[in-house]
Design a protein around this ligand. Sequence first.
Ligand SMILES: *Cc1c(COP(=O)(O)O)cnc(C)c1O
Length: 370
Amino acid sequence: MTDKTKNIPMLDLKAQYLPLKDEIKSALKAIIESGRFILGQNVSSFEEEVASYHNVNSAVGLASGTDALHLSLNALGITAGDEVITTPFTFIATAEAIAYVGAKPVFVDIRKDTLNTDTSKIEEKITPNTKAIIVVHIFGQAADMDEIMAIAKKHNLKVIEDSAQAFGAKYKGKPVGTIGDCGCFSFYPSKNLGAYGDGGMMITNNEEAAERVRLLRNHGTTAPYQHSFIGYNSRLDEIQAAILRIKLRHIDEYNSNRSKIAEIYTSILGNAIQCPVELDDRTHIYHQYTMKSSERDNIQVLLKEQNIPSVVYYPLPLHLQGAFKYLGYLDGDLPESEAVAKEVISLPMYPELDPEDAKYIAETVLKAIG
Ligand SMILES: *Cc1c(COP(=O)(O)O)cnc(C)c1O
């Protein structure tokens, strides 16, 4: 048995690189030889290609997904004293961005099936200071956008879609990031569309917001060495944009391979453990394949013994993080998020994962929990 134990990683970025190797190498060589590294042809072409993929007017390349959220909030006029509703069950960047503009994150609990925001709990948190909602499409499945957009319309709130984990996922046929006022993406290497370093993007049909983000990313520069307001240094670079342009051509295939791996996992594990819940009016691109069990900690130890990697996304909801202690939340305030944080466990997931290996992983998990 031991000699048959496979060495399967959580994520294999090299497997995605190999078939693209020659194309990537020649793109990099051309950039290095051109000497143009910042805001050149690759960034503007990638912006056009992402805008056209999403059928929106504008896309702005940025240095990270965190910056996409931060600069979008700024561009939509969210400022000190405002409140922004979001989920506590996400990566910290979602709420950090709210703090960066001086606004207050207001956390709303999640649905325990999809792990996305429970929209029935949003309205009770709205005050006269509430100006926006940052909705997260957690692990690659869209949140309940119709309900969110209806609440936003009723209370005159902006909606930012944190689509960092869901590039290409669809809600009722529409790609995520195109339903709210703007969509934010991260190209961190482990994301489903990943660069070879940091990168991010904001997409929108609001030309004014796009123009503001375009200026903010480059020190508020309106003409050479003319700065009409304080901006930032948050540009996507040519090398990352060139790599992302190559990978963008394959994103739908990557996403569909992820779903196929998920299907294998669920077909083997569906009766033994709580597998991810897929809603039928939207696609799940499985940025993560995240199961739930009250025996999570035990399961993780057993999997480790069998050389199967797993990760807990996320072990502590944001309202209980030290960084947000100043907001005054207590244990028990958001019970679903707190319960889920104790139960979630994610299995290896990447488009190139061999279906035979996925089967082996699921069968090993089945034995470990059975
Ligand atoms: C990764 C991630 C971010 C931040 O993106 P970076 O590019 O790492 O700054 C924001 N929100 C969510 C949900 C993420 O998963």
